[in-house]
Design a binder for this molecule. Sequence first.
Ligand SMILES: [Zn+2]
Length: 273
Amino acid sequence: MTCCPACGGPDPAPRGGLLECGDCGLVFTPVFSVSPAVYAPGLEEGIYDGAKAALFSEALDILGAAFPRRGRLLDIGCASGGLMKSAAARGWEVSGVELDAALADKAEAAGFEVSRRPVEEAGLPPGTYDAATVFEVFSQMEKPGAASAEIFRLLKPGGRIYAREFNAGFHLALRRIEMSGLFRPFGAYPSVLHDRNFRAAALRIMLERAGFRNIRIRNSRPTAGDPYRTGGRLGGLLTAAIKVLYYYMAQAVWLASFGRIYAGSALIVTAEK
Ligand SMILES: [Zn+2]
């Protein structure tokens, strides 16, 4: 029997080749595939450093307001160190976790300490960190529930987690539209599915079970431009414009539903220990 890797729910139901947890709504692959994301050559730097710079900056603004004197920050899934560089420049003492050896090498070459084991197996010192950042990594973890519990343990009392994650509510709906062939003339494949696909409820329940409080979830702004080249012949500028327009529409839906419906393509979740 397969249990939900986010909340431990015992009885997931089949859903189009995937499994769906009846307790938290996580949609996940029956067998975890360890393969990391593989992007076309040269896209990596654009994704990790360029397109996400504004999102990193927003995260550091929020964490900086909570910790005006800074402190220790752990970036889980730190890639080549884009967020760590920005955080260090703002006075944080930073270290990271990265399973991809080539990316971890780059981050270390930039001067950062990087653990190469899953965070729940890394043996990092508990009660040490003021902040933990998790950018689109829960979706790629084998055991995101165990990782959340470990992140809770690693934080000091009052410590904060700041995570950005793809919104499965959006991407599963988009995948259904793709399957209908609507986007085919444009060569566009905008839906993004991973091993673990989180709706807002799955993120909330997973963090609650880990012990976090004051869990807040909102739609994220999109990445700048079209770094993943999912827009095909629509091109970078038009894809970027559609993404921004869609973000404002998702915000309108969120407001109109009194914060119940998250239509954004990605979510930001913050919580406290
Ligand atoms: Zn679950």
